[in-house]
Design a protein. Structure first.
Length: 112
């Protein structure tokens, strides 16, 4: 134990969310996007704390894809004009935190 009682691991977030919703566990840690969506769908759940990890997500495309520049430009544009934040709020029921990958244009890594 870690001073909280039993620690349980899950193979998927759905099992964790169902156990929290049904009182089988006191809480859980997982992906913020999934938790915010679940909280919108399951009113008995609430995101209690946002843990800053610096984690970001990527989009995979074939090397040399002719679409890469257009996709990167489109992502930058929807972040800058607030469209991505509006989509986030519509589907997750909350405003994305400032400084996160959902609101901030991040440098695009370059392949070696």
């Amino acid at each position: 134990t870690y001073g909280f009682g039993e620690v349980k691991s899950y193979n998927d977030q759905q099992g964790l969310l169902l156990d929290v919703a049904n009182g089988r566990v006191a809480g859980g840690i997982g992906d913020i996007l999934g938790f915010e969506f679940a909280a919108q769908q399951m009113p008995q759940l609430k995101v209690a704390q946002r843990i800053k990890t610096g984690e970001t997500f990527g989009i995979m495309m074939p090397k040399g894809s002719p679409h890469l520049e257009r996709v990167n430009a489109a992502i930058t544009e929807i972040k800058e004009d607030g469209t991505l934040a509006k989509i986030y709020e519509k589907w997750l029921g909350t405003t994305p935190a400032e400084g996160t990958a959902s609101t901030t244009v991040l440098p695009i890594p370059q392949a070696n």
